[in-house]
Ligand binder design. Structure first.
Ligand code: NAI
Ligand code: NA
Length: 397
């Protein structure tokens, strides 16, 4: 089968296994060629198959203390004409590479929000893996079944300050179009907090504590985004911002508990805006990203997932130069938030239109990153080659 990128709006529907493999290898190579740090011995990464979670796992295993990892994700393997999801392949190729170096790399594929998953993972830690000293919460999901009330909540990417009209990229036609982010209902806000807030993170940490599978000094981090003023309407003041505030509140509560019980730590890390499966889907956000990338690439401070994540662990979480704000948040987004960067982004935001967007923004870079989420547009891959999905279907994550 010849695999081509197919996408609908900001969602990729196909994935290319060879491209995914190459990109996992590229990230591994990046951290191996970089400075390393004295990090976790055994880590649990919730949301480990793509984006920030995958980069975290790679940095820890190959650029840290050769961390043994458990990765949880929700992905699908190939079936019939369906290629399977990129995260499915990322799990497989990460594990292959880690095991080759003698590291433990266990994948759990299923619903991290469920109590069954928590039980299964805890059982595995107890019986085979050993206590963990780091838990990373990097989930991004559109829905969550609350295991306690049994209800399924659907998150909404909406505004809370009235309808917002703004430009967005049409990736299929390579055009700039206007898009409306609708105003949320109370119900939307509540559901988004349920899905993307800290409730599930808290359930995880409490379950792990209860089962006594956290090492003394254990630390846990969840990823958040704050972003500049220009994105407040769609992010900070939107439904997702409400969820992230709940996540931050949870961090403070968990920090107290972990400090007291294990001399541990809980915090959020506010990461840089990047193209991932989750962010490509936020209305209007892609245009901000195309302008940010342009400015940061010109300044020489642009980072992708692996560069950003590796710096977070190397300099901040396991390093001597943490940037922590007065709310206790780690701030690897410091380079995105620099005043001159944001001034330039603001200036370009005022100018951008359907005629000039390819010149004044890094649309090309953004689109490439987007296609690479599915393993496309990767150098050295022959995309005209027939891919035997049945062989790939036999690989076990
Ligand atoms: P992503 O879509 O690449 O990763 C999400 C992960 O969650 C995947 O591994 C996926 O399989 C997993 N997942 C989703 N639902 C699941 C479920 N029910 N059970 C088990 N696993 C499930 O997204 P990304 O961007 O890496 O997001 C991770 C975190 O980083 C999110 O909290 C996001 O808000 C945050 N973040 C993202 C930024 C960005 O620009 N992409 C910027 C700053 C923070
Ligand atoms: Na992730």
């Amino acid at each position: 089968m010849i695999i081509e990128p197919k996408y609908k709006g900001g969602i990729l529907l196909t994935a290319h296994p060879e491209g995914c493999k190459k990109l996992v290898e590229k990230q591994i190579k990046y951290v191996k060629n970089n400075k390393s740090y004295n990090g976790a011995k055994k880590a649990l990464i919730i949301g480990a198959s793509s984006g920030y979670g995958l980069a975290t796992r790679i940095s820890l295993a190959f650029g840290g203390s050769k961390t043994d990892t458990i990765g949880i994700s929700y992905e699908n393997g190939p079936r019939g004409k369906r290629t399977g999801t990129a995260g499915w392949y990322n799990n497989i190729f990460f594990k292959e590479a880690a095991e080759k170096e003698g590291l433990k790399a266990k994948n759990f594929v299923g619903d991290a929000f469920s109590l069954e998953m928590k039980d299964e993972v805890i059982k595995y830690i107890k019986e085979e893996f050993g206590k963990v000293d780091l838990v990373i919460y990097s989930l991004a999901s559109g829905r969550r079944k609350d295991p306690i009330d049994g209800e399924t909540y659907i998150s909404a990417l909406k505004s809370t300050t009235g309808d917002i009209v703004g430009p967005t990229v049409d990736l299929k036609n390579d055009t700039l179009i206007q898009q409306t982010m609708e105003n949320a209902t109370e119900e939307d806000i509540k559901a988004t907090v349920k899905v993307m807030g800290g409730e599930d993170w808290e359930l995880w940490i409490k379950a792990l504590l209860e089962a006594d599978v956290l090492e003394k000094g254990a630390r846990t981090f969840a990823y958040t985004y704050i972003g500049p003023k220009i994105t407040y309407g769609i992010y900070k003041d939107g439904t997702i911002g409400a969820a992230k505030r709940h996540l931050e509140k949870t961090a403070k509560e968990l920090n107290k508990i972990l400090k007291e019980k294990l001399s541990g730590e809980a915090a959020v890390s506010s990461n840089k805006a990047l193209v991932t499966k989750a962010s490509a889907y936020i209305p209007i956000f892609p245009v901000y990203a195309t302008l940010l990338f342009k400015v940061m690439k010109e300044k020489g401070t642009h980072e992708g997932c692996i560069e950003q994540t590796h710096r977070l662990f190397l300099d901040m979480i396991y390093g001597d130069n943490p940037i922590i704000d007065k709310e206790g948040r780690y701030r690897p987004d410091n380079l995105e938030m620099e005043e001159d960067v944001q001034d330039k982004v603001n200036e370009l935001w005022k100018q951008i239109n359907e005629n000039n967007f390819k010149e004044i923004s890094d649309y090309a870079g953004f689109k490439k990153d987007f296609l690479q989420l599915g393993g496309f547009e990767v150098e050295g891959i022959d995309y005209s080659k027939d891919i035997d999905l049945e062989t790939y279907a036999k690989l076990i994550p």
